[in-house]
Each structure stands twice: as structure tokens, then as C-alpha cells.
Ligand binder design. Structure first.
Ligand code: SAM
Ligand code: SF4
Length: 341
């Protein structure tokens, strides 16, 4: 379906848990987030029901995310269940890769179309710092296990932190040169803990890579469902991409909505607006009524994020509730791991 601004919405990011086996500094507090009671998390059948209804509204692609989706028991079964829904063309996964090696066979067997693996640095010491204790060897074993399936599209995602060394990006980009994966650099967004960390812009990274690898060619073939801009450096077997939501806003072409693990449907990352579908699912509401509620939220998707306003504190704060807003709209107070980044 199209939203109020004529954008076709065909992609739903589905968070299956708010828990994680890492504690990336810009995503989660050291002590983790307060655990959501098990019974508040949508069951696989509830997720599948919402995806079926989503298909009637034009959703054809699902991304499973979290928290860390692979810590949810039976995740490959959910993936298989969603793949079996007529009208769902792609089910993909975003993971930190730590548990990927042990689950990859089953995920591929159940029909996973592609996997994004988040690895911010290949330097073991830095990785341990950024993830607060993670072992990069485990993420790399996950990457190797995924790369062993030639038909599976594999991407590595990096959120570059301001204090990272140039060598770290060069090493990451080299994964694309070797042909292991497309490598994408994602700008830090002022969501959750991301408000107190600064990252590097896509342009800054590209300049460093160009100095090292030579002038890249713009890669214009369609790749994936998102807003990444891809280039190919000389001699590279795979691409390097840039997702620059802050420095180059791309809301005009935004095609997605988000479903949190607690069943809250969100039309935009930055705002708190949305609707609680879990309440509807658990109160005997019909598919038609749920569909109309989803349609309303999707239709009312905001025009664009206001990350710049967030950064410049162009916000008002409600004296009574403490709620922050910009342009009259309440801002999201939850972090990325709870929204389903
Ligand atoms: N745990 C999985 C992972 O790390 O891929 C899935 C969930 S994680 C929230 C999804 C992605 O969001 C990761 O690539 C992570 O680096 C990114 N992320 C988290 N906080 C962010 C922020 N403030 N700005 C930009 N990306 C962020
Ligand atoms: Fe966990 Fe992913 Fe957040 Fe890192 S970015 S803490 S791996 S949810």
C-alpha cells in the first residue's frame, strides 16, 4: 500500500526479542535493558498472523531482527513459518553473528534469503571494547559459515565510531575485496544510547577508502531493500555501501515499518507513534480490524525523521510527562535493541 506521501510500504522489520548476548556501547547499557516479561513477547504464531495480514497491505519482505534474534529459541522455525506465507517473497536476518555458525545450516534450509552480520571492527581488542566483551573470532566464524553458501547474499554492517582508526575501515572493506560479503558503513543515529556517541559520516569513510583503494565506481544495480548507496573499488569482488541516514536523509524513498518484539507497530524509527497490536491480537480482534489498524498506522507514516533537530536539541519537553517532541510529534524514548534496529 502507499502511505499519505505516496511511498510504497512493502518491508516490515520484525524484532523477535529485546535481549542480546552483546552490549554494544552505542546500543545497550552495560547492565542490559530491563527484561520484558516472556508473556509480553509475541509468539511465533502471533508474528506469523501479523505478517499474513501485512501481506494484504502489500508487505512482501520481512527482516528478522532484535536485540539479537539468534538468542530466541527456535528462530529458524519462525523463519520457515514466515517463508511459507503466500505473498512473502523474502525473509532476511540481521545478527551480530555470534551464534550464526551453529544455526546457519538450519536457517538456510528454512529458506533464509540473505543475512546481515554486524561487525564494527576486525580488531579483537577494539571489538571487545565496543561490544563490551564480545569475541570477534566468533562473529567471523559466523561470517565464514554464511559465506560458504554461494547462493546466500551476505552483508557486513559497521557503525563507525568517531574514535576508530582508519585501518579498521580498511580492514573491514577488505572483506568486500576478498569477496566474502558486501560491506556497509552505517551512520550513527541519535536513537537510544546513539544520542551520546558520535560516529563518522559515509563521506568521511569513503574518502579514507578511496585514498587507500583508489577511485570507486558507483554501483547502480538494485541490491537489497534499503537505502544503501553502493560503490565498487578497483579489484574488489563485492561492493562497499553507505547508509547515511543523518548526513543524506533518504526518507522520501522509505519503504518500511517496524514491529517490536512486544507487538508495537512503528511507522518511523525516530517517533514514539504507532499502535499496540498485541492488545488487539489477544482480545479476539478479527483479522479485518487488525488490518485496518495496521493500514491506518502505515498510511500515517511521518514524512521524515528529524535527526538534525535531535542533535541540535530543537525539541520541546512536556513539563508534566517529560516526553520530548519535535515538530509536535513525540520522540521515541526506547533504544535500538528494543525497537528492532
Ligand atoms: N543484534 C543484531 C545486530 O547487531 O545486527 C540486530 C539488532 S541491532 C539493533 C541492528 C543494527 O542496528 C546493528 O547493525 C547495530 O550496529 C545498529 N545500531 C544500533 N544502534 C544504532 C544507532 N544508534 N545508530 C545506527 N545503527 C545502530
Ligand atoms: Fe546487541 Fe545488536 Fe545492539 Fe550490539 S547492536 S547490543 S549486538 S542488539
Amino acid at each position: 500500500m502507499k502511505d499519505q506521501f505516496g511511498r510504497a510500504i512493502d518491508y516490515m522489520r520484525v524484532s523477535v526479542t529485546d535481549r542480546c548476548n552483546l552490549r554494544c556501547v552505542y546500543c545497550m547499557p552495560e547492565e542490559g535493558v530491563p527484561a520484558v516479561p516472556h508473556q509480553h513477547i509475541l509468539t511465533f504464531d502471533e508474528i506469523a498472523r501479523l505478517c499474513c495480514i501485512g501481506v494484504e497491505l502489500g508487505i512482501t519482505k520481512i527482516k528478522l531482527t532484535g536485540g539479537e534474534p539468534l538468542v530466541r529459541r527456535g528462530l529458524p522455525d519462525l523463519l520457515g513459518l514466515l517463508k511459507s506465507i503466500p505473498g512473502i517473497e523474502q525473509v532476511t536476518l540481521t545478527t551480530n553473528g555470534i551464534l550464526l555458525k551453529e544455526q546457519i545450516n538450519e536457517l538456510v534450509y528454512k529458506g533464509m534469503d540473505s543475512v546481515n552480520i554486524s561487525i564494527d571492527t576486525l580488531n579483537p581488542e577494539r571489538y571487545r571494547e565496543v561490544t563490551r566483551g564480545g569475541r570477534v573470532e566468533m562473529a567471523l566464524e559466523g561470517l565464514d559459515a554464511a559465506a560458504a553458501f554461494p547462493e546466500l547474499r551476505v552483508k557486513v554492517n559497521c557503525v563507525p565510531l568517531k574514535d576508530a582508526e582508519e585501518e579498521e575501515y580498511i580492514q573491514l572493506a577488505s572483506l568486500a575485496r576478498e569477496g566474502k560479503a558486501d560491506v556497509r558503513f552505517i551512520e550513527m543515529m541519535p536513537i537510544g544510547m546513539g544520542k551520546v556517541f558520535s560516529g563518522k559520516s559515509g563521506d568521511e569513510i569513503c574518502t579514507v577508502l578511496e585514498k587507500h583503494f583508489g577511485e570507486p565506481k558507483r554501483y547502480t544495480e538494485p541490491l537489497g531493500n534499503g537505502p544503501a548507496v553502493y560503490v565498487q573499488f578497483p579489484g574488489f569482488r563485492k561492493r562497499v555501501g553507505f547508509i547515511s541516514a543523518v548526513s543524506h536523509q533518504f526518507c522520501d524513498g522509505c519503504n518500511r515499518v517496524r514491529l517490536t518484539s512486544e507487538g508495537y507497530l512503528k511507522p518511523c524509527l525516530q517517533y514514539g507513534s504507532g499502535t499496540d497490536l498485541r492488545v488487539l491480537l489477544r482480545s479476539g480482534t478479527s483479522d479485518e480490524e487488525i488490518r485496518e489498524e495496521m493500514r491506518r498506522i502505515m498510511y500515517e507514516k511521518p514524512a521524515c525523521h528529524q535527526f538534525a533537530a535531535e542533535n541540535m536539541a530543537e525539541q520541546s519537553v512536556n513539563d508534566k510527562t517529560g516526553e520530548k517532541s519535535t515538530g509536535g510529534m513525540a520522540l521515541e524514548s526506547k533504544g535500538m535493541s528494543r525497537i528492532g534496529g
